[in-house]
Write a protein that binds this ligand. Sequence first.
Ligand code: C5P
Length: 209
Amino acid sequence: MKFTVALDGPAAAGKGTIGRAVAKHFGFGYLDTGLLYRAVGIKALEIGRGVIDPQVAARIAATLSETDLGRDDLRSTMAGQAASKVAAIPEVRAALLDFQKTFARREGGAVLDGRDIGTVICPQAEVKIFVTASDEVRAKRRLLELQEKNPSLTFEKVLADLAARDARDAGRDTAPMKAAEDALLLDTTKLSIDAAVAEAVALIQKRIG
Ligand code: C5P
């Protein structure tokens, strides 16, 4: 059975948590597509000693390995910023396209979370959900996640980081972040994790029938 759940939306809106939970619930495969861009971004930064060269980034994207994706620093703020810079390079996106498209139509169902899943990677997805939350709530959640590894991080820094990434992601020419016309909106601002997951499960269940 092929069944795709496309989860898009801004950073730290809850896509990852919801994605993992619904994939587990329905026994579908799960792909966090942001990790692909984070792995390319951090490696491009290293090779360029702090400067991202588009050609180098495109080559990294075309030869991304399991080791690159297994790094333990991919969740850092620096990796997030680097990801959103390489994500604006059309050649980088092109190099990552086939892998994501194939994953989306894998047998047994797939959940993908990202920015362009419902619009570019899998416009035929059976369920498209655009997950949002207020800027303050997203920053608070991300701060909680990152603070243990980085105690000097502040709410203001996280808020600014998310705002910069959202603006870059929504403003780029190639595959900008946006809700597909047929996407359902899920605002998690006032929802607990369990309640957000339950809403997503209900939406998917309704479509499965
Ligand atoms: O989802 P996450 O915050 O880990 O993604 C990191 C960055 O990767 C995003 O800010 C965005 O620039 C980029 N990205 C993208 N398209 C996707 C997934 C992530 O452009 N499908």
